[in-house]
Design a protein around this ligand. Structure first.
Ligand SMILES: [Zn+2]
Length: 245
């Protein structure tokens, strides 16, 4: 395992264009439950809560459920050591961007500037009529939030079941995958598509794939070059201390 960490440090040290691809696993240490598995969101809430058609037809009910459960946890979460290390890699010029499947805003909170949010961001609201965006902190979520311009209902600005991924974030991510020489894959099981196709895209462009996951993912025996079987916080803390950032 120490060998894998050292291998990753060597590769990162020689790299020219590093990007990170992160999933729910990186935010577990910040108290954000993953969607799947034990203690996962799907064990706690019904999936319909995140379904676009259900939201449209039961807006008030969905908003109050989101508010009591999901948002109560998400809004108070703070970045952990892995988020901080990734922000330091960007500030040090080694890492160019982060592609994330997470909607928790923790990469931005940690200080990353170039974040491709494949599934949106729970801390923004979007008008269902004119696409105006708002910060969630400007609303009392006990009442269904409405657009200040047109009065239409606001939806959390993350991707619900039945919705497409934001085109701009997806295009930026594909572009980053074509430019990187190293991709750090952290805390993603590789099961949610189309997001999970991005590490394959990077590999297609000859990037070295460094994977940090406590257990094997759909990437491990497929495209991963260096597998670090550790939690994100532990692995990133080990890695970052070797760089003078
Ligand atoms: Zn509006």
């Amino acid at each position: 395992m120490q060998e894998a960490v050292q291998g990753a440090i060597n590769v990162l040290g020689k790299s020219k264009y590093v990007i990170a691809f992160t999933g729910a696993g990186i935010s577990v240490a910040s108290g954000i439950p993953p969607f799947r598995g034990e203690n996962g969101i799907w064990n706690k809430y019904e999936e319909k809560l995140f379904d676009i058609n259900y939201f449209i037809n039961h807006t008030q009910e969905t908003w109050s459920m989101l508010c009591d459960g999901f948002y109560a946890t998400t809004l108070k979460a703070t970045p952990n050591a892995a988020h901080v290390a990734i922000a330091q890699l960007e500030q040090g010029g080694l890492l160019k961007s982060v592609i994330t499947q997470n909607i928790d805003n923790l990469h931005t909170k940690a200080g990353n500037k170039n974040v491709c949010e494949l599934h949106g961001n729970a801390q923004r609201l979007i008008c269902m009529k004119d696409n105006s965006k708002y910060s969630i902190y400007n609303f009392d979520l006990q009442v269904t939030p409405r657009c200040k311009l047109c009065g239409a209902i606001l939806k959390p600005d993350f991707v619900f079941f039945g919705e497409m991924l934001p085109e701009y974030a997806l295009q930026m991510s594909i572009k980053a995958c074509s430019m990187c020489d190293v991709m750090l894959v952290i805390g993603s099981t590789g099961t949610v598509y189309p997001a999970a196709s991005l590490p394959f895209e990077a590999k297609k462009h000859k990037a070295t794939i460094i994977e940090i996951n406590p257990s094997h993912s759909a990437f491990t025996n497929n495209i991963t070059d260096i597998f670090i079987p550790l939690k994100a916080t532990k692995a990133m803390t080990e890695i970052i201390k070797h760089f003078n950032l």
